[in-house]
Design a protein around this ligand. Structure first.
Ligand SMILES: O=C(O)c1ccccc1N[C@@H]1O[C@H](COP(=O)(O)O)[C@@H](O)[C@H]1O
Length: 214
């Protein structure tokens, strides 16, 4: 199921989808929701931002229905992904590793949005190849805060609903959106004061900068 985010601005245009990822604290979740984020990500992959299922479940319960909660995974067994996503009660699953079409098929169930994250190194990523709902184009090392040159990429195969990630920040997201014209954006490092520590002011600034980009 494709997330029906589709919040519309006053002019009837579909607003840019904005995901804030790697949240671990209640105040950061509340800040992201209040700023107008469409999705909140909880990292279950190896990372300084990793949370356990109980923490993610407690945080996810604070998130209103119209904001998508996403569990982020990388090269974890399908059963483990299913188990953690179920315990946390997230409605989206984002896979960042070498997962194949069979993994997406195994995780497919009513009401869950599947996000396939792939590196910009892939020459021409094509939407839907793995049965995903949304395609996310990222830097080679996820969550590193490294940018990549999205100006040289041909996004024709990425479909209408693809998400740009990798080193985005309040400073560069406007230019990135105008240049690459994604359907959505995702951020983690760019809204942190130090690795794994979110800065509420940067979260708010990021959502505002992304939204005013188009
Ligand atoms: O954030 C992490 O630590 C992480 C770990 C493993 C897989 C994905 C991870 N995060 C995702 O990375 C991108 C971009 O992050 P950044 O803004 O460059 O730091 C984003 O899609 C996160 O969901």
């Amino acid at each position: 199921m494709v997330f029906a985010g589709g919040r519309r601005d006053d002019g009837g245009m579909e607003k840019l989808f904005v995901k804030v990822c790697g949240l671990r604290l209640e105040q950061d979740v509340d800040t992201a929701v209040e700023a107008g984020a469409d999705a909140i990500g909880f990292v279950f992959a190896e990372s300084p931002r990793r949370v356990d299922a109980d923490t993610a479940a407690r945080l996810a319960r604070r998130v209103p229905e119209d904001v998508l909660t996403v569990g982020v995974f990388r090269n974890q067994a399908v059963d483990e992904v299913r188990r953690l996503a179920g315990l946390a009660g997230v409605r989206g699953i984002q896979l960042h590793g070498d997962e194949g079409a069979e993994d997406y098929a195994a995780l497919r169930r009513e009401g869950v949005t599947l996000i396939r994250a792939t590196s910009c190194r892939e020459s021409s990523p094509r939407y839907g190849e793995f049965g995903e709902d949304l395609l996310l184009l990222d830097a080679p090392v996820p969550g590193s805060g490294a940018t990549w040159d999205w100006t040289v990429k041909d996004f024709a195969g990425a479909g209408d609903r693809w998400i740009l990630a990798g080193g985005l920040s309040p400073q560069n997201v406007g230019e990135a959106v105008r240049s690459a014209r994604p359907w959505g954006v995702d951020v983690s490092s760019g809204v942190e004061s130090s690795r794994g520590v979110k800065d509420p002011a940067l979260i708010t600034a990021f959502v505002e900068a992304a939204r005013s980009a188009r």
